[in-house]
Write a protein that binds this ligand. Structure first.
Ligand code: AMP
Ligand code: FE
Ligand code: FE
Ligand code: ZN
Length: 280
């Protein structure tokens, strides 16, 4: 039987709700042979996942998801087969996390102007030693009855066009790609549809990112329709990019537990591994 992988999974070391151990248990239950742990700006979930993965025979691909900014739009860049113990790399992630902490407090300050009162302690009480993000804030907004859904929280308040949006660590796409390549990883554009730049379509955006050194594109994703997949596959062929796919599971942080909703053939993992090893 073909082995299957989910190459985009978050744990509670960023804005997922499951611990790395539970993520691996879920993956096993969903029939996955391999998963990539891709927390936002954090690698602390990788080692515990590897340990559980050994016991359950689930391979863990070390990954990360970095946020870059291109013409005022967020661009998420996944890194695969990174050296997740590299000290200068981890120092940079720590710096980014510090900026995230300050940004989160600034978002809470802005929310208070709209009578949405969430204390810093309530927010940081949710953090399990990794990175804080807007999804944590959205969860508290729902839990405390300020909004009816996470979607509303983003749309009205904390989304990129919301009243209380605060930008985060400013990394250019090239800087994010280089950070990943410097630790032996393969840099992949995540969920291309979420990059929104005036007067530029996805093809224009991908062509810019290729110049910045991007090596792959996330073709399969929980929120992609068949037409998106076809469009991104064509771009992958045009620019000789590796294809990846994953659920972008955040545990209960999204409307459903998505792990295993996107399963890609293991040969895509092998292509990523090959590409990563070429540069070493
Ligand atoms: P941050 O890293 O703090 O900027 O938060 C980004 C995360 O927020 C993404 O990875 C998603 O998990 C989540 N997110 C962003 N926009 C939305 C949205 N409109 N609805 C739900 N979740 C969102
Ligand atoms: Fe997230
Ligand atoms: Fe993302
Ligand atoms: Zn993600």
């Amino acid at each position: 039987m073909t082995k299957l992988a989910d190459l985009h999974v978050h744990t509670n070391l960023s804005d997922g709700t499951f611990s790395p151990e539970r993520v691996v248990e879920h993956s096993k239950a969903k029939g996955l042979d391999a998963i990539a742990i891709t927390d936002h700006d954090c690698c602390k979930g990788i080692d515990p996942a590897i340990i559980t993965g050994r016991g359950l025979d689930v391979e863990i691909i070390p990954g990360v998801e970095l946020t870059a900014e291109l013409e005022e739009s967020e661009v998420h860049i996944l890194g695969y087969f990174i050296d997740w113990k590299n000290v200068p790399f981890l120092k940079k992630l720590d710096e980014i996390i510090k900026v995230r902490n300050e940004r989160a407090k600034e978002i809470l300050r802005k929310l208070r102007e709209y009578k949405i009162d969430i204390s810093d302690e309530e927010l940081f009480g949710l953090i399990c030693g990794g990175s804080v993000g807007r999804l944590h804030i959205a969860q508290l907004m729902v839990r405390k009855g300020f909004v009816r859904s996470i979607r509303k929280a983003f749309k009205k308040y904390i989304g990129d066009r919301g009243k209380c949006y605060v930008r985060k660590f400013k990394l250019s796409p090239k800087e994010a790609v280089d950070m990943i390549k410097d630790v032996g990883g393969v840099a992949v554009l995540a969920h291309p549809n979420t990059v929104n730049i005036k007067d530029k379509n996805t093809a224009d955006i991908v062509s810019l990112l290729v110049k910045d050194g991007i090596q792959g594109i996330e073709v399969y994703h929980s929120e992609h329709k068949a037409e998106d997949e076809n469009k991104f596959k064509e771009l992958a062929e045009k620019y000789n990019l590796v294809i990846t796919g994953g659920s972008d599971c955040h545990g209960f942080g999204k409307s459903e537990v998505l792990i295993g909703k996107v399963k890609v053939p293991y040969e895509l993992v092998e292509r990523l591994r090959e590409l990563a090893s070429k540069k070493l």
